[in-house]
Design a binder for this molecule. Structure first.
Ligand code: NAP
Length: 494
């Protein structure tokens, strides 16, 4: 169930939030501790207000204390009275009240049972994952009918794995498992796999706690309500990773193709722990982004030539013999370039690559593997020379690889390789849009110019090339082609 966590300051606004999210939600949690104090006395009327608006959903009442990450600062006796007034009559309308592990006022549980309201026995750990979480959960329930709930801040990939394994410990017991923070995000999307009854979401326009998305995003982007034990899982791993646009791309493609698959961001600190998590959850493939493109390589059973040559892997695929690594940045760069030039290869061409960082390695290898001669020009010339030495053996036929700096002395080299010019530095990238790595170079108009930066799509450098009449290619074309190549691989594994 997608559970809208109501963080509005008034009950009227809470009703409005429910109404606005109705297509995407299956339950709601009223966070009474976030209401204005003057509203608290009215919480018992909330179910009636919703019924009057013809809204009938399971409702949970939570009055979270400050030490549990909430805002209620009153005495426990006051909280007890609030819960009692809410569950006080038989037709109170609450599906459940959320009572903490240590909060068991005499008679409240019984009163709730009489009114047909269940107890969620909860453990809130907003800061750290305790060593004894499993034991605490196992002994927490006061009655067999209680729903166990744990909301814990996840600080590492290993903790996410531990949270996922709690499923085995709890058997078929009804439970709610919430891992908060960016590391915990997957536990919300995959609640069904963890045997968890629901995932809480904020209403749009209300603060979004780290590791959560709004109900509409969970429902439409991640297809939460359609996920099952058979759904094929894919992800992007990185650190940070929550900003990635890849879930939008891959989930849209899965939806268009009618495939039972989902793709989500998984923040990873140690790749070793990710591979254990991937085995536990049955993840079938992943995109790999900064800073893990090299770190995943020792875990691969096999890989394509580009991974070995470049030392960077951006795609991992679960094959019968183990993980297979690919670098789709290489075909992602080459595909649009060959399409734009109308050629099948670059034999006999001369290309200049500006920059010698991680992305340049893939670009240089791609150009060499297509048969071009390449010169690498970089601010730190020694880095350009090192890259040229490393990739020299990838030259085909009579092609050559040379290196230089970015100063005037290197301009001759650039002139002699200007048929294709590829800009791979971060100069001109958001938020430094005004940057230009080669301000003194005058385009003639006969060059094919690529800038692999995709934020912004049009850099100053590429704009100058376009204005001079050059054939131009944006970084977006490369990004989309490498994603399309990944998707073709993922689709085979669904
Ligand atoms: P990186 O490894 O950090 O390399 C940065 C490169 O930029 C180095 O060559 C560095 O030169 C150069 N550089 C940085 N500041 C400079 C300056 N002020 N003047 C001259 N050169 C400068 O980064 P990366 O991973 O290669 O990424 C580079 C760019 O490619 C980023 O904008 C990234 O978003 C983009 N990218 C795009 C795609 C795509 O699919 N379109 C894929 C990957 C990356 P030094 O060696 O002298 O420091």
């Amino acid at each position: 169930m997608i559970c809208l966590s109501l963080a509005a300051p008034t009950l009227d606004e809470a009703v409005a939030d429910v109404r606005a999210n109705l297509p995407h939600i299956d339950a709601l949690e009223l966070r009474a501790d976030l209401l204005y104090p003057g509203e608290l006395a009215q919480i018992g009327t909330f179910p009636r207000r919703l019924a009057a608006a013809d809204i009938r959903l399971p409702m949970i009442l939570a009055i979270r204390r400050e030490r549990d990450g909430g805002r209620f600062s009153g005495a426990e006796a006051e909280r007890t009275a609030l819960f009692r007034s809410a569950v006080g009559n038989v037709a109170n309308g609450w599906f459940a009240i959320d009572l903490e592990e240590d909060f068991n006022p005499p008679g409240l549980r019984e009163a709730a049972a009489e009114a047909g309201t269940r107890v969620i026995r909860s453990l809130h750990l907003p800061d750290a994952f305790p060593d004894d979480l499993e034991e605490r959960l196992a002994r927490m329930a006061r009655a067999p009918s209680e729903i166990l709930s744990v909301a814990v801040k996840i600080n590492t990939t290993r903790e996410l794995l531990r949270l996922c394994r709690i499923q085995e410990l709890l058997g078929s017991r009804p439970r709610i498992i919430r891992g908060s923070g960016d590391y915990g995000f997957a536990s919300g999307v995959l609640a069904g796999r963890l045997g968890s009854m629901l995932t809480c979401c904020p209403a749009p326009g209300r603060p979004v706690p780290p590791g959560q998305v709004d109900a509409g995003t969970l429902d439409t982007l991640y297809r939460y309500r359609r996920l099952s034990a058979d759904t094929a899982l894919f992800c992007v791993i990185g650190n940070p990773v929550m900003h990635s646009r890849s879930p939008h791309y891959h989930n849209a493609r899965f939806r268009e193709d009618g495939l039972d698959a989902v793709y989500l961001p998984v923040q990873v600190d140690l790749v070793e722990d990710f591979f254990a998590l991937a085995d536990h959850l049955g993840i079938r493939g992943a995109s790999v982004t900064i800073p893990h493109k090299a770190a995943v390589i020792p875990y691969l059973a096999s890989s394509d030539e580009a991974v070995g040559r470049i030392g960077a892997c951006n795609t991992i695929l679960r094959h019968p013999g183990g993980w297979h690594g690919r670098n789709t940045d290489v075909p992602g760069f080459l595909g649009p370039l060959l399409a734009a030039t109308g050629r099948n290869d670059l034999e006999g061409s001369r290309a200049a690559v500006v920059g010698a960082g991680g992305a340049a390695r893939g670009v240089v290898f791609a150009l060499l593997s297509a048969g071009a001669s390449v010169c690498v020009l970089n601010r730190t010339e020694a880095r350009a020379r090192a890259l040229a030495e490393e990739l020299r053996s990838a030259c085909r036929g009579g092609a050559t690889i040379t290196a230089g700096g970015l100063d005037e002395s290197a301009m001759e080299l650039l002139e002699s390789h200007r048929e294709v010019i590829v800009q791979t530095t971060s100069v001109g990238m958001h938020p430094n849009e005004g940057g230009d790595p080669l301000p003194s170079y005058r385009f003639r108009g006969d060059e094919t110019v690529c800038d692999i930066i995709y934020t912004p799509e049009w850099t100053r450098f590429l704009g100058r090339a376009e204005a001079a009449g050059c054939r131009t290619l944006t970084g977006r074309a490369m990004f989309e082609e490498q994603a399309a190549e990944q998707y073709r691989e993922f689709r085979r594994l669904v």
